[in-house]
Design a protein around this ligand. Structure first.
Ligand code: SF4
Ligand code: SF4
Length: 198
């Protein structure tokens, strides 16, 4: 039999969020959750709880998170021109590609070819001069992720969307091995930049 949870106001919603740890370990149980406050984040949690395949659920939450962050930072905070952010143009020190300069995925004149939540959350304080920094904990539906997954979402820079989803799915050992390889790639790119090869 379906269990019914009715959310009629913000207090119900906050109580529901507090119990989310319990609900998310009950993915296989059928819940009928009624969202009477028309909150988009709650709709996302309800849909995530209904996705039984773990990897699909992770990908869904990941993509919704990326959309949420893009919407929050809708303004062009880094103001790239000719591959340089506004700070690099101001410093005029020859560096380019902003915070992406050591990443092997960045594409000249196009920027990032993928969707990386860790990178989307990182801005220097000059870029954040007129906007409050968004924290992962501000995104309610990220509470559907485990603590370890939320740590990965914070620090998995220089990785493609698919790689991050795999890290979230396969867990700590997989992530650690991949991070070592990624660290080597970053070192290689950084020494090429120092030698003026890139
Ligand atoms: S966050 Fe700051 S340093 Fe990084 S690309 Fe944007 S303006 Fe440049
Ligand atoms: S993955 Fe991150 S560091 Fe690499 S290009 Fe994209 S935003 Fe930049």
């Amino acid at each position: 039999m379906n269990k019914k949870i009715i959310i009629n106001n913000n207090l119900d919603y906050q109580k529901f969020l507090k119990k989310l740890n319990f609900y998310k370990y009950m993915y296989l149980t059928d819940y009928n959750i009624e969202n009477n406050i028309k909150k988009k984040e709650l709709d996302i949690i309800i849909k995530a709880l209904s996705i039984k395949k773990r990897k699909e659920r992770i990908a869904y939450l990941y993509d919704e998170g990326a959309k949420y962050i893009d919407k929050y930072y809708s303004e062009d905070l880094c103001q790239f021109k000719y591959n340089k952010c506004f700070l690099q143009r101001k410093r005029n020190d020859g560096s380019k590609f902003g915070c992406c300069r050591y990443c092997k995925y960045v594409i000249s004149n196009k920027g990032c070819p993928t969707s990386n939540i860790s990178c989307k959350m990182i801005y220097c304080k000059e870029a954040l001069k007129n906007i409050k920094k968004l924290k992962l904990s501000d995104i309610d539906f990220f509470k559907c992720f485990s603590i370890f997954q939320r740590i990965i979402l914070k620090i998995d820079y220089c990785s493609t969307r698919e790689q991050v989803i795999n890290d979230l799915y396969y867990g700590p050992i997989y992530w650690l091995i991949r991070s070592i390889k990624k660290g080597i790639d970053v070192q290689i790119k950084s020494s090429k930049i120092k030698k003026g090869i890139e």
